[in-house]
Write a protein that binds this ligand. Sequence first.
Ligand code: FAD
Length: 159
Amino acid sequence: MDDRQFRSAMGKFATGVTVIATELDGDIHGMTANAFMSVSLDPKLVVISIGEKAKILSKIKESRIFTVNILAADQQELSMIFAGQLKEHKEVVFDHLDGKPVLPGAVAQIACEVSAEHIEGDHTLFIGKVTDIHLEDGEPLIFYSGKYRSLTEEKVVTI
Ligand code: FAD
């Protein structure tokens, strides 16, 4: 099994798109991520997975805080900015939730304190204790098979 086949298989799992953000000494750093999952309801915990080469890794290790901003369908440009996919630098304005940097317009802003970290292979898993949440109405941005998508159709299923 080669890397490409592994990546292709993982890409078959359709996800939302988040921007993870942290703040250290007044500087805000963001990174696009889709490796995000809810872990526990009581206590409220989430997990993110950050690659060993990502600049945000050392910043979260030091700040011990992060936010997960679940992007809206019209925020693809923000995903590209924070994935380093745009050539020119663009200023991005952040708000704060519970003292942590969040992206205005995200369908969900989730503020966290790091409660544990685990190095697994070439990534670090951060478990975040959720300290506050802000929700907005709207459709999410979707990522599937290496492409951005949107939920174009809503189907009501009666069980
Ligand atoms: P940098 O390379 O320093 O930052 C990335 C970009 O964000 C740079 O262009 C920088 O200018 C910009 N930026 C940062 N802060 C600000 C700011 N305050 N204002 C304006 N611009 C700013 N990688 C993972 O490790 N885990 C994942 O789960 C993951 N999921 C991904 C999902 C998708 C859909 C995509 C497209 C990429 C994903 N990546 C993931 C890859 C990751 O987003 C990139 O490798 C990223 O460039 C690494 O970020 P970095 O911390 O090294 O930061």
